[in-house]
Write a protein that binds this ligand. Structure first.
Ligand code: AMO
Length: 442
């Protein structure tokens, strides 16, 4: 038996017998000849079957013609035939003249979704939606991106950690917390690996990373929020300030974007009409207060005074950075301590400001990072100021009672990076199976 060849490898192969397996994309069942476009995970190829005629020129109902006539779109088949290179064939300049067709699984003829179906409907039928080459490419890009980050980390002696997602208390804030029954007590789904990646610093692991799910009971229906998302986290010891974290962060992104561009750049341009730009370092850095001033001068007033940048403000500052520095990324730094978590370190002599940043990519926040407060007395003070009970944070505070190095890190949403990289309108497009307030299926 001829062994299976991936469709993408056919063009490099000589004319002759081949076997391919995949699903039926289209069938053109004509009188004299039948055409099937077959897809697999790597591409599409045209299959051709000239009909047999008898001595009087009448079409004979033989095989594989009969099987082909009965093929429904989406059926999974294995075929054998003769590969032929032919420049006239639009689809890749090759076709396979069929010898046999074996149907492995018949598909129901009526497909529930079409190219113009709504995003919600496509999500209902995600497994069919994912057969689209664009969707397939998204997850190959994701694989390449994650692999590049891991390679970057592993080459620099980072340790990969897997922190628990079931916790006894909140991991980020008491808002947006999922509570689950846990035997005789309650447990909470981790909103971030924050506490445990910091624990690794006290444990003397030095540099750690994790790519894992995070959960937030966020009821909003924006294009950038999910109730479960993949969080890319890193945490490193012996930093002087958040500047060291930003340095790591930008280098890591350069590694990820370089790998994606090298491997998928042409395909991304062909399917998404997007040119991947590998960012130059250093990324622009703008203190938040200054960023707000710049945005104001552009005619937009961020509504809340001491508060965060709002989404429109993020878009405005990104537009400014694009015009001024021709850069798609910007670190907004030195957020007010009033809107940052208690564990962010504050500036020496300027307790109103934290040594923290948000990273904005193409106008949307993709990450938060900071130097952490490692001095337990200061940490308790800051927690108390935020209305947290030190007892409640007992185990976390212990991490710093027995010695801890200076440290910092960041958390970054994987889907946000992909959405903005590929100019998609929603993280739903780039999440394998999206979870939101009204979506738990499939
Ligand atoms: P923060 O809460 O800003 O910081 O989250 C970090 C990043 O995670 C992503 N993200 C989300 N993505 C999709 N849906 C959501 N509901 C969602 N919430 C957050 C965003 C965001 O920028 N512990 C800190 C990080 C740190 O300081 O290390 C934290 O969780 O891309």
């Amino acid at each position: 038996m001829t062994s299976r060849v991936l469709i993408k490898d056919l063009s490099a192969q000589d004319d002759g017998p081949v076997s391919v397996s995949g699903w039926v994309d289209t069938v053109r069942d004509q009188k004299k000849v039948q055409f099937v476009v077959l897809r697999d995970e790597s591409g599409a190829v045209q299959l051709v079957n000239p009909r047999t005629t008898d001595a009087d020129g009448v079409v004979v109902a033989d095989e594989p013609a009969t099987t082909i006539s009965a093929l429904s779109q989406g059926s999974f088949i294995t075929v054998t035939g003769d590969l032929k290179h032919d420049e006239r064939v639009k689809l890749g300049g090759i076709e396979i003249k069929l010898a046999s067709v074996e149907v492995k699984s018949h598909a129901i003829a009526e497909t529930p979704i079409a190219a113009d179906s709504s995003l919600d409907k496509r999500m209902d039928w995600r497994f069919l939606d994912l057969r689209n080459p664009k969707q397939n490419l998204i997850f190959r890009i994701q694989t390449t991106f994650e692999h590049a980050l891991r390679t970057y980390w592993v080459e620099r002696d980072f340790i990969e950690i897997h922190t628990p997602k079931l916790m006894a208390s909140a991991s980020e804030s008491r808002a947006e917390l999922f509570e689950v029954d846990y035997f005789d007590t309650k447990a909470y789904l981790a909103q971030s690996p924050q506490f445990f990646k910091q624990m690794a610093q006290s444990a003397g692991l030095g540099k750690v990373f994790e790519i894992a799910p995070a959960f937030r009971a966020d009821p909003s229906f924006t294009s950038r929020h999910a109730t479960e998302f993949t969080s890319i986290d890193a945490e490193i010891s012996w930093i002087d300030s958040h500047e060291d974290v930003m340095k790591l962060h930008e280098e890591l992104l350069v590694a990820g974007f370089s790998a994606v561009k090298a491997k998928h750049g042409d395909e991304i341009t062909a399917l998404f009409d997007v040119e991947i730009t590998v960012p130059t370092t250093p990324f622009p850095r703008i203190p938040l207060a200054e960023a707000k001033e710049i945005v104001k001068q552009r005619g937009y007033e961020v509504p809340r005074d001491d508060d965060d940048m709002d989404p429109e403000g993020e878009r405005q500052i990104a537009a400014y950075v694009k015009e001024t520095y021709d850069h798609e990324f910007v670190f907004l730094t030195d957020y007010a301590s009033s809107i940052r978590p208690f564990y962010h370190m504050r500036h020496e002599g300027e307790p109103g400001l934290t040594k923290s940043y948000d990273l904005i990519f193409n106008g949307t926040e993709i990450s938060t990072g900071a130097q952490r407060e490692h001095r337990v007395d200061v940490l308790i003070e800051q927690a108390t100021e935020k209305g947290l009970e030190p007892e409640e944070l007992g185990f976390y505070l212990d991490f710093f009672r027995y010695g801890a190095p200076t440290h910092g890190g960041f958390g970054m949403g994987l889907a946000r990076v992909l959405m903005l990289m590929l100019h998609q309108a929603s993280i739903r497009e780039v999440t394998y199976l999206f979870r939101g307030p009204t979506r738990l299926l499939p």
